[in-house]
Design a protein around this ligand. Structure first.
Ligand code: DQA
Length: 147
């Protein structure tokens, strides 16, 4: 099985971006950890990041051709993007929403997610481990044949 780990805007700056909120782990660190975890779980992980909404939509459309599922941190687009929600609805593969921070412990505008209702599940607040939990959940979910 192949899995896409998709990161949205500003996540390329992890490590230096508001470390008190997002931690000191860089995006490369997260991608390395997820690639290693993928090997442990017997899946092939591909990691992509974009600051552009359209590029994220293209990546989701493309993933339906080759991936068994997606672990997706849409960054700030979480709270605004109907287009990303529609893209997730349009593809048949399961998508897990992940956030490093606990969005519910932050500003009110972060309590709203445009995409949660069309995702299979959501992990928020565990730092880089949100990705780990999301990937483990997605893989066992798909392995059980529930999609
Ligand atoms: C984030 C939370 C979002 O509210 C924020 O805009 C981000 C990162 C997170 O991983 O905690 O860019 O998705």
């Amino acid at each position: 099985m192949k899995i896409l780990i998709l990161h949205g805007p500003n996540l390329n700056l992890l490590g230096t971006r508001e470390p008190e909120v997002y931690g000191s782990t860089t995006l490369d660190d997260i991608n390395e950890k997820m690639t290693a975890l993928g090997k442990e779980l017997g899946v092939e992980v591909t990691c992509l990041q974009s600051n552009h909404e359209g590029a994220l939509i293209d990546a989701l459309h493309d993933a339906r051709m080759w991936a068994g599922g997606v672990v997706f941190n849409p960054g700030g687009y979480t709270h605004t993007s109907v287009a990303l929600r529609d893209a997730i609805s349009a593809i048949a593969i399961p998508v897990i929403e992940v956030h490093l921070s606990n969005v519910y412990a932050r500003e009110e505008f972060r309590h709203v997610s445009m995409i949660s209702a069309v995702c299979k599940g959501k992990v928020s607040g565990f730092g880089w481990r949100s990705y780990e939990l999301g990937l483990r959940g997605l893989v066992s979910f798909v392995a059980d044949g529930i999609s």
